[in-house]
Design a protein around this ligand. Sequence first.
Ligand SMILES: [Zn+2]
Length: 91
Amino acid sequence: MGSAWKAPPGWAKMRQVVFAKHGRQCWRGCGRPATTVGHVVARALGGGWDLANLRPECQKCNSSHGAALGNRLYPRAPRRRGQPQRPVRRW
Ligand SMILES: [Zn+2]
């Protein structure tokens, strides 16, 4: 038994392009190096094999992703930028 999905032709090359474009860090922000490539929108949800839907991903996130779909899609809440915070320094 192998992976749950079947890689399309040219997948190896596609991975290289994804790594070259996005670097070798897991895009989910876990801090681990990416060892594989994952889908931004899961294939089960209609995500495709195009570059726009692919990101470097570590094996751990890649395998735990399917179980906790939904809440794990964007683990890092986007920070609002614009209001620079005052340094809190009382000393
Ligand atoms: Zn990860």
